[in-house]
Design a protein around this ligand. Sequence first.
Ligand SMILES: Cc1cc2nc3c(=O)[nH]c(=O)nc-3n(C[C@H](O)[C@H](O)[C@H](O)COP(=O)(O)OP(=O)(O)OC[C@H]3O[C@@H](n4cnc5c(N)ncnc54)[C@H](O)[C@@H]3O)c2cc1C
Length: 432
Amino acid sequence: MNNTWYDDTVYSEFKGKHDLINDLKCDVLIVGGGLAGLSLLYNLKKNNVDAVLIEEKQIGSGASGRNGGFCLSGWAQDYDVLMKYLSQEEVITLEKIAASGVQWMKKKCLSKGYEHTNLQSGVLKCFLSNNVEKVKRDVFTQNQLFSQNEEFIDKEKLYKYVRSDKYTCGILRKDSFQFHPLNFMKALAKDCVTLGSSIFENCKFINYHRNNGKIDSIINNENRVLNIQSEKIVFATGGYGGKEIKDLKNYWLPIKTFIGVTEPMGDELQDILKKPLGFSDNRRAGNYYRVLPGNRLSWGRGISAVGSFNPLSLKKAISKEISYFFPELKNIEIDYVWTGNMAYASHYMPYVGATRIGNEDKNVFTIMGFGGHGMNTAPGAAKVLADFMLGEGNTYEVFNKFRRKWNGGLIGPYIAEMKYKYLQMQDYFDVA
Ligand SMILES: Cc1cc2nc3c(=O)[nH]c(=O)nc-3n(C[C@H](O)[C@H](O)[C@H](O)COP(=O)(O)OP(=O)(O)OC[C@H]3O[C@@H](n4cnc5c(N)ncnc54)[C@H](O)[C@@H]3O)c2cc1C
């Protein structure tokens, strides 16, 4: 994988272990060193659980350390869709989990050891559609229902935040924020180690089998095959997992998304993005952008279930998009481009809890499938899963209210790609 801007600006005092010993024993083995796995480890370790985390590569090398750096309220799925499947009470429970994730992340970013996360408050969602009255109504309803603190911004006021002719109105999310995700991951990993956790990097989980009620996991650590025995196992493998979560392998898809970072710019950037906020648009897979230290513009775009990563054409596409929204920023050089995998289930919600539903096995858990919205939802979900594992509540059961849907097997990615193209077309006609 190529370097991200985050890799080149990382600050880390965290040192993972690479020297796994054979026949290591623990109560809980967590597989995957993204935000889901790491925040679960933190919550368990805080309560003195003997938990160990293994990561195939390095902490934060998956989506959690290479994302857009937006920590927003809500879920990957919209609340008005969730309302069709769940009771109002259940949707409020989900909102509380998501909101607790934002608060937890913010508190962490502002605490000692997390100074290099560069937290900046406020994210402005900009709308391209003409249905301004609906946006206004939705802000009012969601503020009432979920006690949120979002502000509707009309076109005239919007111009004071962002100078683009394309947007019709916006929603200012004051509780949301932007940050350096890789620095966050490294600081959290160090926090876990301070609590006494063992985090093993370069350790790939291969398979597990039962051994007298315990779980024996086969691990590949730098070409050595080793065994870890645990009472429980939790898969937090995100969009980088494979078939290891046997009971779920047919119920999710890895989806790629893309980021570019421009060359350093001059004051013209602040003439356009007038406040140091994160910005996003309302399309199904729209753009999300923000100014990084060094006055570079970070630009997120698109999703894809098939196809490969072509840096040259990605640079061109990003440059073209930037100048579509901001004609003054024509022919800007893109210094960095990268991609990352997200795990999506068809309902756009994560799998949290016992991996097998129906004939539950209370020793094999999963926490994955956060899609493009994991920076608040993964730690929110990790807290309720940890509560359950500690015998302190069943809130996580709200995630099991959705029926699991087959991912389409070998043709699943092509169906997903067609669906995405269709949504793009809908976006186009909504605006036209
Ligand atoms: C480019 C991009 C931009 C995004 N922007 C945003 C954003 O701005 N805001 C937001 O909220 N969300 C965003 N997301 C989504 C968000 O990053 C994810 O939802 C979140 O990071 C998922 O966390 P995770 O821990 O589930 O997965 P990951 O962070 O991907 O972690 C999974 C880890 O498991 C490891 N692993 C996999 N298989 C094995 C194995 N067999 N053995 C050991 N380890 C294994 C992987 O190496 C990986 O490190 C973005 C995602 C991408 C890719």
